[in-house]
Design a binder for this molecule. Structure first.
Ligand code: NAP
Length: 308
């Protein structure tokens, strides 16, 4: 049997991402011991029942004390607070990492509370679902996905190597980039798509000439896929937009310009321009499938047969 990568890992925040990390660490033997903590008493009780931690601590201090690696998996707006709560209990040489969907703002906030004897490796697994909470997690969530690490002034080479080994152990491929670049890339690939989904579902629910029962009945026309994204955790996404303000507004500026151009193409019957754009976007979808980031099944693989 191979040696575990870490002696003790603490996971702070036992929702979708934290409980998936915990499950993956346990099932792949990446730590000798895994301790969990969540601010919610209900989540702590449920996590104990589900049994994906060796121990669920009653306080953040108790979870972090003695841990070699602390994985903070709470909403972006609560990350620095969670690090502050464990700061004086971190052991000498402990590595703190986190999984937030925004990097530059989180790094700034965490560096202000991180004690001198610990190192910090910010990260973001590009994997998730629209579900949250400890029941939503699963060990294979990160399999075949990317994890982006955005080292900062408190990331030692050794700590980056160890956190890289953790994500590889969980089945992910690791890419390193600057926090600012991460925030722009994710603004276009994740944050703006979520904003569009929240917006279109909001518009549909406000549209007076269309009844809400029609919106539901005829949703397979494309709307349904937006509703899946727009059902994502409200707290998580509020924090993403408030903390990635600059990149989101920058990309949103480009997006609204392009939308205005589309509006013009429709108004002036410019079918050629519409066709050119829709052909170009089809190729992007093919690229995603070829890269193994989605399956080619029609309608996202939804079952359509009449199974008895
Ligand atoms: P989640 O399922 O809502 O879990 C977050 C958990 O953290 C909740 O149980 C929450 O408790 C708890 N929490 C909040 N503040 C805390 C604190 N100070 N100390 C300890 N626990 C605390 O959210 P998630 O989807 O796992 O997201 C966690 C992080 O991963 C976020 O930063 C998000 O940006 C990032 N991320 C998410 C996805 C995704 O698809 N969901 C993908 C990649 C990265 P309460 O509910 O009681 O507040």
């Amino acid at each position: 049997m191979t040696e575990p990568l870490f002696d003790t890992i603490a996971v702070i925040g036992l929702g979708l991402i934290g409980s998936s990390v915990a499950r993956g660490v346990k099932s792949r033997g990446l730590a000798r011991r895994l301790v969990g903590y969540d601010v919610s008493e209900e989540v702590r009780a449920r996590s104990s029942e589900l049994g994906f931690c060796d121990d669920v601590a009653a306080t953040p201090e108790a979870a972090a004390a003695g841990a070699d690696l602390i994985v903070v998996a709470v909403p972006v707006g609560a990350t620095a607070k969670a690090v502050e709560a464990i700061a004086t209990h971190l052991k000498e040489g402990a590595i703190v990492t986190e999984v937030g969907s925004v990097k530059a703002a989180v790094i700034r906030q965490v560096l202000a509370v991180l004690p001198a004897h610990a190192s910090f490796v910010p990260g973001h697994p590009i994997a998730g679902t629209e579900h949250s909470g400890p029941d939503a997690g699963f060990a294979e969530l990160f399999d075949g996905r990317w994890c982006i690490l955005t080292p900062c002034e408190r990331s030692t080479d050794e700590a980056v190597a160890k956190v890289t080994a953790l994500w590889r152990g969980l089945g992910s491929a690791v890419e390193i980039m600057t926090p600012e670049h991460h925030d722009i890339v994710l603004a276009i690939t994740s944050h703006i798509p979520h904003l569009i989904a929240y917006n279109i579902v909001g518009t549909a629910s406000d549209l007076e000439q269309v009844t809400s029962s029609e919106v539901i009945k005829f949703s397979a026309g494309g709307f349904r896929d937006f509703t899946r994204i727009a059902s994502s955790d409200p707290v998580m996404w509020r924090d993403v937009f408030l903390n990635n303000k600059q990149a989101v507004l920058e990309v949103l500026g480009r997006f609204t310009e392009d939308l205005a151009a589309l509006q013009r193409m429709i108004r002036w019957d410019d079918g050629e321009a519409l066709l050119e754009l829709f052909t170009r976007t089809r190729a992007i979808r093919r690229g995603i499938i070829e890269a193994g980031q989605d399956t080619p099944e029609a309608d996202f693989g939804r079952p359509h047969g009449h199974e008895e």
